[in-house]
Design a protein around this ligand. Sequence first.
Ligand SMILES: NC(=O)c1ccc[n+]([C@@H]2O[C@H](COP(=O)([O-])OP(=O)(O)OC[C@H]3O[C@@H](n4cnc5c(N)ncnc54)[C@H](O)[C@@H]3O)[C@@H](O)[C@H]2O)c1
Length: 421
Amino acid sequence: MLPNTRGRPQQRPPRSWSFSEMVDFSDPKRRPRYLSKVIMVALLTAMCVVMLTQPPCHRRTPSVFSVHQPGVTHVLVTGGAGYIGSHAALRLLKDSFRVTIVDNLSRGNIGAIKVLQNLFPEPGRLQFIQADLGDPKAVNRIFAENAFDAVMHFAAVAYVGESTLEPLRYYHNITANTLVVLEAMATHSVKTLIYSSTCATYGEPEKMPITEETPQFPINPYGKAKKMAEDIILDFSKSKKADMAVMILRYFNVIGSDPEGRLGEAPRPELREHGRISGACFDAALGIIPGLKVKGSDYETPDGTCVRDYIDVTDLVDAHVKALNKAERGRVGIYNVGTGKGRSVKEFVEACKKATGVDIKVDYFPRRPGDYAEVYSDPAKINRELNWTAQHTDLHESLKVAWTWQKAHRSGYEPPQAMIL
Ligand SMILES: NC(=O)c1ccc[n+]([C@@H]2O[C@H](COP(=O)([O-])OP(=O)(O)OC[C@H]3O[C@@H](n4cnc5c(N)ncnc54)[C@H](O)[C@@H]3O)[C@@H](O)[C@H]2O)c1
């Protein structure tokens, strides 16, 4: 379509363009138009300069996450793209908490975050920030820009075997990063911390079951790094200035997944060799690995294989919510989170065979460095003080739930290969 030129002055022939013409004030009729244009340009330039010289937070509309809202508890979940952190975030969101997940995705899955975002798309429910807790500036900025009421600190590298091969990585990622989180909490007056610790901090105690009073003598860098992190938290919480509410939860061996099949355990393939027993069982049942390699069959246990206390992830995240609800300023709570019942690796493998319906091949190998023979908890303290008891104690049932997710997600959270164009 041609431009409508009706009523407009006749077009002039094209000619050269100069700045002096643009601001030609010699023509008194044109002067007001040019003047107003120049004033407008000057005003816009001034506005841009003012906006650009403001700190970034003054430029944006404040996010819902940056203000405390009465009646809403905003929880920072570090490591929320990982196995336990994602299940905890799901439970918190279901219970109407506001959740910010910080994860560097080194080991977690963006797919788990997407599941959570699809379930809770409403504004102000869930935000995800990709950041490394080893970067104090980034962590400090996250705390400055968000109004957290509590922190659940799950993020960590968490494989005993790997920790014996890469101890420095473990001390850095677990101990030093916990210090970074704690410093940010202190600077920004976030007073409640729920810390993910482990039964590996006890080492190989002489007496079973393990109570919270059992002396801690960790025997591998993973357990030592977690014990050091605990010590830092405890020392800080003792200082009057801190006035913290701290809950340290020492988990035993975590298994299972969301009973509704929305989330699962999906470690990176490259971590398989360090992996946990449930992952290895499922991989064997799926035919990803030829069979199970059980490390050590000469331990002083009833059937010679290691004995562990397997806690279902649904029960574990319930313990976190109970701990959060009971957290009190100026008080530290330390709790074992386990079922109180030890099961041998052989028992576990039998339950896995039954849950998957696959006759998994099992080979026995020498002991793995850093492993201990028998570990199970005394959960009396957490039963008594937090009114928490493990509900999902049938190994076969927990593995069946996890197997349902594994079968439906053979490539973890990634889309199946056939769907990738
Ligand atoms: N799985 C178990 O049986 C078990 C037992 C005892 C304690 N724990 C503890 O529970 C916590 C969670 O374990 P998990 O099994 O879910 O592990 P996971 O590997 O599935 O999840 C850990 C998450 O932390 C993230 N992360 C790691 N380093 C980070 C960093 N520097 N910055 C930001 N994010 C980082 C990873 O990307 C991952 O998403 C860990 O602290 C672990 O030590 C686990």
